[in-house]
Design a protein around this ligand. Structure first.
Ligand code: GLC
Length: 444
């Protein structure tokens, strides 16, 4: 009997001791961000009432290009009458993107869902009269993609938010009113977190106040308590997970291990019919390749019209991207940043095991291409997409020197891609580079 009791006590102790362990098992940042690191291409969506007149999202009234009253008249024209979330999701998938981020609410405060905490939403104030996020979330998940929500911390239409127009504030130094706004923000953030369980939350506008004022730490805690696997962009005053350079391709590999370049296809985030200054498919593919080569992602923006149709030029770009991404999958997803500049004149990437080196060729080579300082032997060189094997030749390798020779690879013209050709080099082990100063060889 005593021994039975003893066993029971030991058993209970073990259970009790393991409880705090279970609760405190926070998912590491690396685990949470793994899918993001591998994702490479996402589609950003700026959809809001600004598409009705085709003017700058939120900024147009903030900067005084239009009065707030006239800006809000657009609510009446936001119909979403041709909105087809399944088609959107299919198109996004076809582009080769593996995630999407949609504006749940921009700085104008107009929510794309039926918010309990504000009447300024598409359900109460527009002919769309429904939650526009839910069907999209479902369609995106059905396609096997990750779902992200953009949320503006700034709300220039909220009576309790201090800032309104560039030259007109509602109030200053009114802690009570500010706290009301902070509570409102928490409520809406909680609402979208519960309704849509986003895999990623993309904050914007953090620059207007500091971390303490926004309660950035608490926002992060709220999100990670409700959604332990979600990830957060950097615009949360130091409480995000990854960096978000905007509209400019980094020239030097960003210091942050996790980053994403957000980029418009033309010069506008939202739909603006007059803006026809689109980047070409080729230019966008080359930007994507640069992001991949530096270990980052491209978050490419589309701006649907007020009725929910995606402008034709944008559809063309997404499909053009899809042609290239579907052919070059193995050199896009789940890759690592490439080798340092100098070994090859162009962007490169590595497979996860570092045993395959991808070379991206965005111009027509004038003869063979060359790789310098590669210690490895190449087991096989081939064109990604067609699989065609290529001849390689090492020149200048001296048997008594450890300095590698120059590896030349010829690519038949018929193998060149119309945008960016990718060559894979299967190496005899993990990539190894020669980077010493060249010196006299003292002993032959
Ligand atoms: C800027 C702008 C905003 C846009 C965002 C996208 O922060 O304020 O209009 O939505 O960039 O990155």
């Amino acid at each position: 009997m005593i021994s039975k009791l003893k066993h029971l006590l030991i058993f209970l102790c073990v259970i009790l001791l393991s409880i705090p362990e279970t609760f405190s098992q926070e998912i590491s940042k690396e685990e949470r961000l793994q899918w993001f690191k591998d994702a490479k291409l996402g589609i950003f969506i700026h959809w809001g009432i600004y598409a009705v007149d085709g003017i700058d999202e939120s900024w147009s009234f903030h900067n005084g290009k239009i009065s707030h009253k006239d800006y809000m008249k657009q609510l009446k024209g936001f119909t979403a009458s041709n909105y087809n979330p399944e088609e959107w999701a299919k198109l996004i998938k076809e582009s080769g993107a593996t995630y999407t981020v949609i504006t749940s609410k921009h700085h104008d405060g107009v929510a794309l869902w039926d918010s309990k905490y504000s009447k300024l939403d598409v359900f109460d104030k527009t002919p769309a009269k429904r939650d526009l996020l839910k069907p999209f979330e479902e369609a995106i998940r059905n396609e096997g993609l990750k779902f992200g929500l953009y949320y503006s911390l700034i709300d220039w239409s909220n009576d309790n938010y201090p800032n309104f127009l560039r030259n007109e504030k509602r109030y200053e130094n009114d802690e009570k009113r500010w706290q009301k706004f902070v509570t409102f923000n928490f409520n809406q953030i909680g609402e979208i977190t519960e309704n849509y369980k986003p895999d990623l939350v993309w904050f914007d506008g953090d620059w207007e106040f500091n971390a303490e004022q926004w309660k950035a730490k608490e926002i992060r805690e709220l999100l990670l308590t409700k959604l332990p696997t979600t990830i957060i962009n950097s615009r949360l005053q130091g409480y995000g997970d990854y960096a978000t350079p905007e509209q400019g391709l980094p020239i030097v590999k960003p210091e942050s291990h996790y980053w994403e370049l957000c980029l418009t296809m033309n010069d506008s985030w939202g739909y603006q019919g007059r803006d026809t200054n689109y980047k070409s498919v080729n230019q966008i593919i080359r930007i994507l390749v640069d992001c991949i080569s530096m270990g980052g992602n491209l978050l490419l923006d589309i701006g649907p019209k007020a009725d929910g149709t995606i402008p034709e030029e944008q559809v063309k770009i997404l499909k053009g991207l899809g042609r290239w991404t579907s052919k070059h999958k193995e050199a896009i997803y789940v890759t690592l940043a490439g080798i340092p500049h100098g070994h090859f004149y162009g962007p490169t990437a590595l497979s996860k095991d570092k045993k395959t080196l991808y070379l991206y060729i965005d111009n027509k080579p004038n003869g063979t291409i060359a790789i310098k300082g590669l210690n490895n032997n190449v087991v096989k060189a081939y064109v990604v997409g067609s699989g065609t094997e290529l001849n390689t030749k090492v020149v200048g390798k001296l048997s008594w020197s450890k300095v590698p020779g120059i590896l030349y690879i010829g690519i038949p013209e018929s193998e060149l891609d119309s945008d960016v050709t990718v060559i894979a080099l299967q190496l005899d082990g993990e990539v190894s580079l020669y980077r010493e100063d060249m010196k006299a060889i003292e002993s032959n």
